[in-house]
Design a protein around this ligand. Structure first.
Ligand SMILES: [Zn+2]
Ligand SMILES: [Zn+2]
Length: 149
């Protein structure tokens, strides 16, 4: 993954900074999580990396541009980012708890069916889709029940 990043950056004449590598490392280590710039920034501080939030933002955006990260918007007023699995083309959907903000990943074959249906109806080649489900997670449901007792 780092090798890939180095090559990709070199191709585009970007400098390979330790900071950019460290940011990618943080995402590699927190697979399945959806980090905001703030969280990445705090994680860098924990690792004694001196960096400004603006630099983190630019580095993360660059990694999106290079296809290493995917930019996500869950309607919280901030963007979150996740690692793009470049070895597999399988997609996953997100289920978001409206109470605690927890984000779960699920896979459903039905989604692929929807994609081919849309493609058939419109004649488009679908490259990308973004399907989100909002609700209340089991823990929050439980907490709600206990609270109303
Ligand atoms: Zn919840
Ligand atoms: Zn995800």
């Amino acid at each position: 993954m780092y090798e890939e990043l180095r090559n990709e950056l070199k191709k585009r004449k970007y400098r390979i900074t330790a900071q950019r590598e460290m940011i990618l490392k943080i995402f590699l280590e927190s697979r399945g999580k959806h980090l905001g710039v703030e969280e990445v920034y705090r994680e860098l501080l924990n690792r004694n990396v001196r960096i400004s939030k603006a630099t983190v933002y630019r580095a993360v955006e660059l990694l999106v541009e290079l296809g290493f990260l995917r930019k996500l918007n869950f309607g919280e007023g901030l963007y979150r980012y996740e690692l793009v699995d470049r070895t597999s083309r399988e997609s996953h959907q997100h289920v978001i708890c409206q109470k605690c903000g927890k984000i779960m990943e699920i896979q459903s074959d039905q989604v692929e069916k929807i994609v081919s249906e849309i493609s058939e109806k419109t004649g488009y080649i679908i490259n990308w889709h973004d399907l989100k489900f909002y609700g209340i997670c089991p823990e929050c449901q439980r907490a709600e029940k206990e609270g109303s007792r």
